[in-house]
Design a protein around this ligand. Sequence first.
Ligand code: HEC
Length: 169
Amino acid sequence: MNIAKRGRLIVFLGTVLAAANVYAGPAVKVEEGKYLDKDGNPTYNKKEDGTWDWYTFSGFRRYHSECHVCHGPEAAGSTYAPALADSLKTMTYDQFVETVVNGRTVHTAEKESVMPALGTNRNVMCYLDDIYVYIKARADGAIPRGERPEKHETKLDSIRTAENQCMGF
Ligand code: HEC
């Protein structure tokens, strides 16, 4: 295949993938404003008119209050901690939850790398699915760098109630 043809093929495939991610998304059903994939794990959803689900918007805010100090803005990483937008290209939902709850410490000859255990931090645990779906949308390229999921579905009363119960209000 010559270069020009190959270039067009890559552009074509890129368009198909982008459309699948942004518009259809991997969501197969929605329960009380939370979108779920075929395995029943939470996922993001963006409607054709650009409206994001509540959880992705909420996760965007929670990520930037609880994680970005170490993992960098937009999950892009820092010199201190890995880019979660890359980690979630391969990490499963269960592995993500396990790592955040229990933390992880890695010792090398040069340094000690510590992901704190956040399992008792309600500001994290009560919003863990929110944070996950936001980072997953970043990992899949559904939210490109520099974009925010500003336009979003309203927060359902049932979400507010569950949140208050979790936070102990
Ligand atoms: C005090 C700094 C700090 C904070 C705050 C922090 N992390 Fe981390 N995190 C780290 C470091 C450092 C690592 C790398 C640990 C290692 O070397 O394996 C890490 C690793 C991870 C990993 C594993 C990534 C991989 O590729 O294996 C996940 C997932 C993760 N963090 C999620 C989160 C989430 C979600 C939040 C916010 C709720 C958060 N972290 C807050 C420092 C932090």
